[in-house]
Each structure stands twice: as C-alpha cells, then as structure tokens.
Design a protein around this ligand. Structure first.
Ligand code: ARG
Length: 489
C-alpha cells in the first residue's frame, strides 16, 4: 500500500505499527466536507488557469461529489492504510476516474491542504459555538430577570460581605461570556485565512491564483508567506485560549451552583433533569453536571498546554508533530459546546430560594458598611465611622444581636450622630437599592446591565448569522461516521 502512496522511492511497505501510529484518519475524517470543498475549489482554480483541462475538472467535480454523498450516507470505508482523510479521498477519486483524479494534487501539497481544511473546520465550528455562547448569555439574562427581586449575600474571601441582587450576580457571569464572545470573534478572524497555494512550503512553479481559491472558499484573505501558511497554528492556540477562559468562567459558575445547592446554603435547587441520584443514598440529589463542567475544564486547559508544547520547538515549515493539533482542538470544541448547551438549559430551569437567602441576610452583618457610610455622610471621617461600627458589631456578637436589633439608646451611645432613620438605612432592600453607583447592585443599575447585555446579544446574533451564512456551503454532520481508530480494532 505504501508503495502506492509514496511512489517509486520505497522498496518496502510500511511496518504495521508505524502505519497505525502515523494515521490520523480516525479523527481528521471529521473534516471530510472541508476536504472535498477545498479540492473542488482547487480543481476549479487549476482549470481557470489552464493547468488542468475543463474535462478533467468535470470528472473531478463529479467524482468528488459522489464521494461526498457516500461519506454523508455513511457508506464510505475509510482506510487507516491511507493515513488521513486527504489521502483517502484522493485515492478513491483516482480509483474512480483515473488520470483526472491523479491531476488534482497538481500545485498542492497535503501541507497546505490539511491546513486549509482545518481553517475551514474552525470557522464553521466557531460559528456554531457562537450560537451556543449567545444562548448561554440569554439564559443568564433570563434567570436574572426571573428572580429580579431576590437578594443574596455577596461574598469576599467566602465571608458574607454586602447584600447583592441575585440578578447582579448572574449578570456578572453574563459579562464574562460576552467578553468570551469578543475573544471568539478574534478566533474567527484568525481562522478566516486561506493557506492554499503555499503548497509544501515554498509556493509553486505553476501559475496558480491563491486569491481565487480563497474566494471560492469564502476566505476573506490568504497568507502572504508560504512558510507561515503551512506552519501557522496560532489560530488554534488562540481558540484553545478562548475555550480555556470560557470553560474557566463556566467552572466558576459551576462551583457557585454546587455550593448554593448544598443543604448548608440552600440558595438554589437544580431541576431534576440536570441532577443525578446516588446508588446507595436514597436522599441524594447531586449536581453532577456542574461538577463535570468544572472537571472538564481541566482537559481543555490540557489541550492548550499540549499544543503550546507541541509548537514550541518546531523549525519551519511543516513538521509531522503538527498532526497533533487536531484531537485536542476537536475535543475542546465538543466539550465547550456541550457545557454551553447544558448551561443554557440548566439555568433556565433552576429554582432560586429567595426566602432562604433573605433569612441568611437577616442574621448577619452584611449591612455594616451601610452603617459606616451613614455616619460618614453625617461628617464623621470614614475611618472613624468604620471603628464605631466595628465596635457595634463586636457588641452585637457579644449580646447575640444583629445591627437592626440595637435600640435607639444603644445607637446613641455608640455615636450621637445616629437618628431613627438608621433603621431604614440598615434594611437589606435599602442596602441594595442605595448602591446605585455605575455598575453597582442597585436595581436600576442591574436593569441597565440587562438592557445593554441584550443590545450586545443582538449585535452578536447578527455576527453569528453572518458567520453561519459564510460557512453554509460546508454545513455537515459527521456523527454518523463510523470512525476507524487503528487497523487493529
Ligand atoms: N495527516 C497530516 C496532518 O494532519 C497531513 C499532512 C501531512 N503532510 C506531510 N507532509 N506528511 O498533519
């Protein structure tokens, strides 16, 4: 087989173990539609430039479309002996149509071919992830509106600090995902460049038109340096960085949902549809999904570290090490896609226990800052006010009270500046309402955040629709493929 693949230089077929180790078809077959689209565009450019005949182009086009249909329908048998999706398709084409098929690889190398396929694959999946990311943002906005009046303790150092609106807390996560979308936009722009025409590494002696091929594949630009074109994997590293950061955000949210659904907190209850039970303890309802999102964040970080490490010592141009670029990226796409889908559903169905979060706040000192601000607004320097309230808290702890239990007499003893309006100021609702500074937790500020977030979502939807449109010519599902892993299984 390898004699056929590499031609006359080889006297002997590849060792079975070397062949299995070398093969990437078990995972790069995901890119079959990109591969066929790329070949169609390349052949058409070759014919436009008179490098192959119109008859050859016709045969190639017919042959490729037939192969595509077979793969679409799960009738194509990929062979590990042919290493990758590119060789599988090309070999089959040549078997089917003869010399015309053998001319397809003129002025092309697998180095620019596999890079082009991956660029297209990333673009298409970034477009899909964009939709999922938007759905998760909308779920956060939705749950923040549904529980708009719920107040819960805000924490620093995991110690209760100041009351905040639950909606404010959710909108903080929405802001994170909206930044993720900006990063994803950068990923799309980087992926949207065609390496075709670079050939193996140095360009070609044929009068090709890389810009024309790029246009046929809806790429908005092509690489200006052939060595860079075949050896650049920055766009994948950028994607893995985006995916790592986005997973980190989901992981932090997961951690909070896990904590909040404990008996100790009891702030939320996840819907049964997003929870699991225990095989031994009948009372258990476990937040497995959140834990898995937190856990799977590790593998996405791993893929980023792995690819950075693969790339760090590679001399120009293509080195086989680069074949290691795909599995981690594919897994990151799947993992993040899953996590975003699940979060969109899980947030929409969870229940928030506002009575419980309120009860917690009524028994603590989250309103202490408001008491200090009260004194400071009456002219006492803030540091002195801070000390007065610190003493008041210590006094309350000793006498098993909270600040609102203090009598006017006790207040007066602490500072003559206190008047009866202190009782209003210390009400939890007022602590929230009065934090009306820009970006604060006051209800007006939170409403503004929701309004602005929705505007951003609308802009993102337009962009996501443009991306979807630009990649529509490649839309594909690969789930029905029977994936060969090695020839041994
Ligand atoms: N399967 C290879 C990959 O994914 C294709 C490129 C191979 N190029 C080469 N010169 N061996 O990287």
């Amino acid at each position: 087989m390898s004699e056929m693949m590499w031609g006359g230089r080889f006297q002997k077929a590849e060792e079975r173990s070397a062949l299995d180790f070398n093969a990437s078809v078990s995972y790069d077959c995901r890119m079959y539609k990109e591969d066929i689209a790329g070949s169609l565009a390349h052949a058409s450019m070759l014919a436009d430039r008179g490098i192959i005949s119109k008859e050859d182009l016709e045969k190639i086009t017919g042959g490729l479309l037939k192969i595509k249909k077979e793969i679409d329908e799960g009738r194509f048998a990929f062979s590990v002996e042919l290493e990758d999706v590119h060789m599988n398709v090309e070999k089959r084409l040549t078997d089917d149509i003869g010399d015309a098929g053998a001319r397809l690889h003129t002025a092309r190398s697998r180095n620019d071919q596999c890079a082009a396929d991956l660029h297209m694959y990333m673009r298409r999946h970034i477009a899909k992830l964009a939709e999922k990311l938007i759905a998760a943002e909308e779920a956060l906005i939705g749950v923040s509106e549904k529980y708009k009046d719920v107040i819960l303790p805000g924490y620093t150092h995991m110690q209760r600090a100041q009351p905040v609106l639950f909606a404010h807390h959710m909108m903080a996560y929405c802001a994170m995902l909206q930044r993720d979308f900006e990063r994803l936009t950068g990923c799309y722009e980087m992926a949207d460049a065609s390496p075709l025409g670079a050939c193996a590494l140095a360009g070609t002696t044929y009068p090709t038109m890389p810009k024309e091929t790029a246009e046929k594949l809806h790429f908005s630009k092509c690489y200006g340096n052939s060595l860079d074109a075949v050896s650049d994997r920055d766009y994948l590293l950028q994607f893995l960085s985006f995916a790592s950061i986005c997973m980190m955000h989901l992981s932090r949210l997961s951690e909070e949902l896990i904590l909040w659904s404990t008996g100790e907190f009891g702030f939320i209850e996840l819907d049964d549809g997003y929870s699991t039970g225990s095989s031994i303890m009948p009372q258990k309802k476990n937040p497995d999904i959140c834990e898995l999102v937190r856990g799977k964040t590790g593998r996405v970080y791993g893929h980023l570290t792995a690819l950075l490490t693969v790339m760090k010592g590679l001399p120009l141009a293509y080195d086989k090490d680069m074949q290691e670029d795909k599995e981690g990226v594919f897994d990151a796409i799947d993992t993040l896609g899953f996590a975003l889908d699940i979060y969109a559903g899980m947030l929409g169905t969870m229940t928030v226990n506002g009575a419980r979060t309120r009860a917690v706040l009524e028994n603590d000192f989250s309103n202490a800052t408001d008491m200090a601000d009260y004194l400071a607004k009456k002219g006492l320097p803030f540091r002195r006010a801070h000390a007065v309230v610190g003493n008041a808290v210590a006094y309350c702890i000793e006498n098993r009270k909270v600040l609102l239990d203090l009598t006017m007499e006790e207040f007066k003893k602490m500072s003559p500046l206190f008047e009866t309006d202190i009782y209003e100021v210390l009400q939890i609702e007022n602590c929230v309402k009065n934090r009306d500074s820009y970006g604060g937790t006051g209800p007006k500020q939170v409403k503004r955040q929701q309004r602005e977030a929705k505007k951003i979502v609308n802009r993102q939807k337009k962009l996501a629709a443009e991306w979807k449109e630009a990649n529509a010519f490649i839309a594909v599902s690969y789930t029905h493929l029977t994936l060969p892993t090695t020839s041994r299984v």
